[in-house]
Design a protein around this ligand. Structure first.
Ligand code: ZN
Length: 370
């Protein structure tokens, strides 16, 4: 299914969002008044987030795209200006902003990310739905499960990159005609079943095999740009990975989680760092209890687990980082039927964010040492 036209989905480098979004300034979403030929659409006043309840902003039940995410993020910020800020961690290969959503006002910070892998874009819609739901519950002073959203968001700030690989998601959902360098992509190795099953970024590099953590040992069965599994010519060659590294180093994050599909399992430790990180097993057990997801054994071989975001985060900071595989296995490498978002992802996993925040409040924070 094509959700947007190619022209909407392939920004020329340097235009469109380059003015309102920069890594140095909060994302305001304004058109900055530089184009005299069009009348900027005024941004409506923030919708009061009290009754009557606003209609849902995020629609996760469609093939989710970068364009949709950016538009919905702006609406979320307008609806919950006291809780949500937007910024950019950097640019993708094709020039798309790597959206960062900040949710909450607390000193203690946690880092969540989705869609390192293109075909797993349901993790982006999942994180967007999480932002809206948590903000709405907090603003209404409602409980959510056993959690108190207003209290948590007063003490914790979620820093969320919903779509680490927007160019790959664009290929999966808008097709080859929406890609900037079609010939280059067509020349890459096709490992999976087709472009709907693309995992890599648009340079054909698997972004979760790119981080400088046992990268040299990481097994690479492809050895050249491909739809999946190519680890790149060196670690951190790709702009999306460098942006995530810079973001993680830019603040004191107590823990992090990276969302993938499929399998309903949690990777919570690797042999290189498991003894360095206090409390991680307890957090993992609580995640298992709350969601029914299965805990994987401690990953043993750097040739297998190396160079993933979560492995790098553990090694770099000696703090917990989880790789969470949302959604059930279904015997195909292509995306799920997005219309079934609730049963595929949301019903079991909707408390993940608050649980991680709650656990972050129990862990020693860098702030405790000051
Ligand atoms: Zn993945």
């Amino acid at each position: 299914m094509i959700a947007e036209t190619p022209s909407q989905s392939t920004p020329a480098p340097g235009n469109r969002l380059s003015d309102p979004v920069s890594s140095a300034a909060p994302y305001t979403g304004s058109s900055a008044g530089t184009d005299a030929k069009t009348t900027p659409t005024p941004i409506p006043d923030p919708v009061p987030s009290t009754d009557p309840a606003p209609a849902a902003i995020v629609n996760p039940c469609v093939p989710y795209t970068w364009d949709r995410m950016m538009a919905e993020a702006q609406k979320l910020r307008n609806a919950y200006p006291e809780l949500i800020d937007l910024s950019s961690a950097g640019k993708s290969v094709e020039g798309r902003d790597l959206l960062v959503i900040s949710l909450g006002t607390g000193d203690r910070k946690i880092l969540l990310c989705g869609a390192h892998h293109a075909r797993e874009y349901i993790t982006s819609s999942f994180l967007m739905k999480m932002v809206e739901t948590y903000a709405e519950k907090a603003s209404k002073r409602q409980s959510f499960g056993d959690f108190n959203p207003a209290e948590i968001l007063d003490r914790v700030t979620f820093v969320i990159v919903p779509m680490v690989n927007p160019d790959g998601v664009n290929l999966v959902n808008n097709g080859l005609q929406a890609v900037s360098s079609r010939e280059d992509v067509e020349a890459m190795a096709m490992v999976g079943s087709g472009y709907r099953a693309w995992k890599a970024n648009i340079n054909g590099v698997d972004l979760n095999r790119q981080y400088p953590a046992c990268w040299e040992e990481k097994y690479d069965e492809v050895g050249r740009p491909a739809s999946q599994n190519y680890k790149g010519a060196a670690s951190a060659t790709e702009p999306e990975v460098r942006a995530m590294i810079d973001l993680a180093r830019s603040d004191d994050f107590v823990l992090s989680a990276s969302f993938h599909t499929k399998g309903e399992v949690i990777y919570w430790a690797d042999s290189g760092t498991v003894d360095l990180i206090d409390g991680v097993k307890d957090i993992a057990r609580r995640m298992e209890e709350l969601t029914g997801y299965e805990l994987m054994p401690v990953s043993q071989k750097p040739s297998v687990y190396g160079a993933g975001f979560e492995n790098w985060f553990r090694l770099e900071f000696s703090r917990p980082s989880f790789c969470i595989e949302l959604t059930p296995e279904n015997g195909t490498d292509e995306p799920h039927d997005d219309a079934k978002f609730d049963s595929l992802a949301w019903e079991k996993a909707k408390y993940f964010g608050f649980l991680l925040a709650d656990e972050a409040l129990k862990l020693e924070s860098p702030y405790d040492k000051q």
